[in-house]
Design a protein around this ligand. Structure first.
Ligand SMILES: [Zn+2]
Length: 293
């Protein structure tokens, strides 16, 4: 195990390198959005596992548990110094010198890796999913296919995201979005995310561990781009469906101030709003649509 640092005048960014330095090389990042803590929890569990393992690492695993160091400290999505969303400005960076230096540093590590996995949170009422450009890029689909999780959603492909830019450079890269956000993590989903990332490293051949490999046989469903369902009125939503549930087109998702919100598509419920106030024309649920629609 090798704990290393990127030292800047304002902060110290920690990262961990396990293995020989050779291929396959996998980069795992978390908290590019500083308030998304569940990925940080999973990353530290993975670091602990690899630290205790010592031998049996055939390739290289590079883990940055917290990319947006100042945002993580302040529990903000953005870098609080410049309000830049770090996951919109790859590979060059933007805003302050801090953001530019961190983005360029992470990009250097990504460019020299064979695979990139970036961990995010989709909110406190969400179902875990792999987000990828799986339709356009066969190598990305192959990569997603060996990650032991059941739900893969097509990305909108917004440029400037670490995984999108890496994908366009020919490096298979995906995000895993899990439950958490606003500075809070979910322990149960954090444990699940840890098992998924470890299973991925085993399936890539970075780590050998026979007790983990059986976990790789996961049936997958590939979905289209997320459909965000909006409410026409404001109010306190009364959710009807749970994240992870399947719905048919026309099924009731939520009630807001007496209005019934129905799903415009058939698919899987990824996120619902609850325990909060929603404004008119804002999203109350996100549905991953079945691909053949
Ligand atoms: Zn995020």
């Amino acid at each position: 195990m090798d704990l290393r640092f990127l030292d800047l005048p304002e902060l110290r960014l920690k990262y961990y390198v396990f293995g020989s330095g050779g291929s396959p090389r996998a980069l795992i990042t978390a908290a590019i959005h500083g308030d998304e803590v569940t990925g940080v929890f999973a990353a530290y569990k993975l670091i602990e596992y690899l630290r205790q393992k010592g031998s049996g690492i055939a390739g290289t695993a590079i883990i940055i548990p917290v990319v947006n160091v100042l945002g993580f400290n302040a529990r903000t999505r953005f870098n609080p110094v410049d309000y830049v969303d770090m996951n919109r400005v790859f590979p060059e960076g933007a805003g302050s010198a801090i953001t530019k230096k961190i983005v360029k540093f992470v990009w250097e590590l990504a460019s020299s890796s064979d695979y990139v996995l970036d961990l995010h949170c989709a909110g406190l009422n969400s179902y875990q999913y792999i987000l990828a450009l799986h339709k356009e890029f066969p190598k990305v689909r192959e990569f997603a296919n060996i990650i032991p999780w059941d739900t893969v959603v097509e990305s909108t492909g917004t440029r400037g995201q670490l995984f999108v830019e890496a994908t366009h450079r020919g490096i298979p890269a995906v995000i895993i979005e899990t439950r958490g956000g606003d500075g809070y993590y979910d322990r149960e989903w954090g444990e699940e995310l840890y098992r998924v990332t470890l299973g991925m490293l085993v399936n890539l051949g970075v780590v050998s561990d026979s007790s983990v490999s059986t976990y790789s046989k996961t049936e997958k469903t590939y979905y289209g781009k997320l459909v965000h369902v909006k409410t026409p009125v404001e109010g306190f939503p009364e959710f009807i469906v749970e994240p992870g549930a399947f719905v048919m087109k026309g099924d009731v998702l939520s009630q807001v101030s007496g209005e019934t919100i129905r799903s415009p598509v058939s698919g899987k419920v990824i996120r619902v709003e609850r325990n909060t106030f929603v404004f008119s024309d804002s999203s109350v649920a996100s549905i991953a649509p079945f691909e053949e629609q």
